[in-house]
Design a protein around this ligand. Structure first.
Ligand SMILES: Nc1ccn([C@@H]2O[C@H](COP(=O)(O)OP(=O)(O)OP(=O)(O)O)[C@@H](O)[C@H]2O)c(=O)n1
Ligand SMILES: O=P(O)(O)OC[C@@H](O)[C@@H](O)[C@@H](O)CO
Length: 239
């Protein structure tokens, strides 16, 4: 079984002083989260779509799904997010295990709710390579040179940019394996995680690359809202 797991459990602190978590802010007259859910609803491979949000925003999320997406929106399961992004993913796996059981064919396509510009191809390839390889990560080649600094003062190294990529999402995994690997991590290992692919990498497991898109950007800062509005205008004008 394949599940769409849309991560909306954050508070968007880097968005500054806004009245609600950034995933509920509007672009093109519609909440960012709704743009993202719409992309997943275009695929019929999913057994179920799951959105995970902070507890206090669960009812709001359900209302948005019904208001903007009607019947289709009502099929989306809304759950409580976790204290960290990976705990949110674990909450989705706990729900899946409870309702469907977990086996080696249980696949989760995990996606940042604030990356509304992902494409049909990216989702299809995540499903295909997730089923084929058991783990894949959506990435784009680094456009800026990556600089590594241990102390934040001087350069420790400048990795070969031709081998550097920027991680995006979706990140797709065998749910059973992800759960087992995550549970085997120490608290220190969990602390340094900023995504889920690293859980596999730390444990020496292969994660295959799926080609992302530059515009599959994560809305993080106020500036990103302006970029998102202009991307929507471009799409409207067929650019
Ligand atoms: N406990 C968490 C933390 C983050 N996320 C989700 O992970 C995605 C990417 O994380 P990020 O951009 O960092 O979102 P926030 O944590 O909300 O932002 P900030 O770090 O600025 O507070 C977002 O869709 C966010 O909702 C989540 O589901 N559960
Ligand atoms: O550091 P942040 O919490 O903004 O991002 C965490 C993840 O969302 C991020 O690592 C993936 O989108 C892959 O880049």
């Amino acid at each position: 079984m394949v599940f769409g797991v849309i991560l909306a459990g954050g508070v968007g602190s880097r968005m500054g002083n806004v009245e609600k978590p950034k995933q509920f802010l509007k672009i093109g007259g519609k909440p960012i989260l709704i743009h993202t859910v719409e992309k997943f609803l275009m695929h019929d491979s999913f057994q179920e779509l799951i959105v995970l949000t902070p507890t206090e925003w669960i009812e709001h999320t359900k209302n948005l799904l019904k208001k903007y997406l009607g019947e289709a929106g009502s099929t989306v399961k809304v759950l409580k997010g976790g204290s960290t992004r990976n705990e949110t993913i674990m909450n989705s796996i706990a729900y899946i295990e409870e309702k469907y059981g977990l086996d080696d064919d249980t696949l989760i396509v995990t996606h940042d709710s604030v990356r509304p510009f992902l494409t049909y191809r990216i989702i299809e390839e995540n499903i295909k390579y997730g089923l084929q390889y058991g783990a894949c990560d959506t990435v784009i080649p680094a456009t800026d040179t990556i600089v590594h600094s241990e102390d934040g003062k001087v350069i420790t190294s400048v990795p070969d940019r031709s081998k550097m990529y920027q991680g995006q999402t979706p990140q797709t995994f065998g749910a059973k394996k992800l759960k087992e690997l995550y549970q085997s991590l120490t608290e220190e290992e969990k602390e340094i995680l900023t995504d889920a692919s690293k859980i596999f990498v730390i444990k020496g497991e292969q994660v295959y690359l799926v080609e992302g898109e530059v515009y599959n950007t994560k809305i993080t800062y106020p500036y990103d809202l302006r970029v998102a509005e202009s991307l929507l205008n471009d799409q409207k004008n067929g650019q």
